[in-house]
Design a protein around this ligand. Structure first.
Ligand code: SF4
Ligand code: SF4
Length: 308
């Protein structure tokens, strides 16, 4: 595997694996809530509060304390753990989850890629081309793939996410007999419309301004003194050829050479790959932990680029 691309390929594999996991979790009862039976499945087991009949029969203090402890362990503690996942991830890894795992972000990147290969720019709103050298023949091919993406991905996502609330075998049976209940129809159509619209018009704008998980990681990562960050080697700025490769690959529209504006950075590492492509081992980006120093945040003056 070409060393320059190792990081990029590792990220793509991680994204694909997590996307697959999200699609398959309800199928294997790893996580789903069955609205018909009102049961929550976690790793193949039905999660219950254990408040069976007879559970309240002991009116003593011991009985009340037993219920309180049970309720804390079975209801409150799991929620606290679930709610603290994204803040904790933010403190330690910034928006790493967004860049390496988020299934929606991965699909948005795929939509970006197909738009780039079809139109020469990553989004419908961009005026400047990101890649002006695409051959007309390949534009047609990618245009067809983009169309297939819009026909297949939204309903597939709708089916997968509906499976978190309605048993996947019920959904499958209804698809194969083409006989849908209201719940299945509403779930699939609702998610399909959402994915269709966001994949064309919204994409990473959603990640920047709407997604609660992303905003939590951003906020906690931003204030964290230990979080993972992309570091730019300002001391060797003279190596920079100003090829702008790092800016072109950044789907979050961060200016990677200016750490002051890194609030939307998802630690994807694509700027590292882009700079490696340009400068090889002398690339100017790396992963690192800790805050950017005041020196790092000063406006940067790019002197006459020096190509070594
Ligand atoms: S600045 Fe680099 S690591 Fe951050 S989002 Fe942009 S390309 Fe990814
Ligand atoms: S990719 Fe590297 S060489 Fe090119 S502009 Fe960015 S920092 Fe400079």
């Amino acid at each position: 595997m070409e060393a320059t691309k190792t990081l990029h390929i590792a990220r793509r594999l991680t994204q694909a694996g997590f996307l697959l996991l999200i699609f398959l979790m309800p199928v294997f009862d790893i996580l789903r809530y069955d609205t018909a039976t009102k049961e929550l499945f976690i790793f193949g087991q039905v999660w219950s509060f254990g408040l069976k009949s007879g559970f309240y029969s002991d009116p003593s203090i011991y009985g009340a304390a037993h219920i309180a402890v049970h309720f804390f362990l079975k209801a409150i503690l799991p929620w606290v753990i679930v709610l603290s996942i994204f803040p904790l991830l933010g403190v330690l890894l910034g928006r790493f989850f967004c860049g390496w795992l988020c299934p929606e972000g991965a699909l948005f990147e795929l939509a970006d890629f197909l738009t780039l290969k079809t139109l020469g720019r990553r989004s419908l709103y961009k005026k400047k081309p990101n890649d002006p050298d695409i051959k007309p023949g390949s534009r047609l091919l990618y245009g067809v793939l983009a169309l297939l993406f819009l026909l297949i991905v939204p309903p597939l996502t709708g089916i997968a996410l509906t499976g978190y609330f309605i048993a996947p075998n019920t959904i499958w049976h209804q698809i194969t007999t083409w006989n849908f209940t209201f719940g299945v129809k509403a779930g699939i159509i609702g998610v399909s419309i959402y994915m269709f619209v966001t994949s064309i018009l919204v994409r990473h704008t959603f990640c920047k301004y709407v997604c609660a998980a992303g905003l939590m990681q951003m906020l906690f990562g931003w204030v964290s003194p230990v979080s993972l960050r992309i570091k730019f080697d300002r001391e060797n700025l003279s190596r920079c050829t100003d090829c702008k490769g790092c800016e072109k690959v950044c789907f979050m529209d961060v200016k990677p050479r200016c750490p002051k504006k890194d609030i939307n950075c998802v630690n994807c590492g694509e700027c590292i790959t882009a700079c490696r492509r340009e400068l090889g081992d002398k690339n100017l980006f790396s992963y690192g932990f800790g805050s950017n120093t005041a020196e790092d945040k000063k406006p940067m003056v790019l002197e006459k680029p020096v190509v070594e």
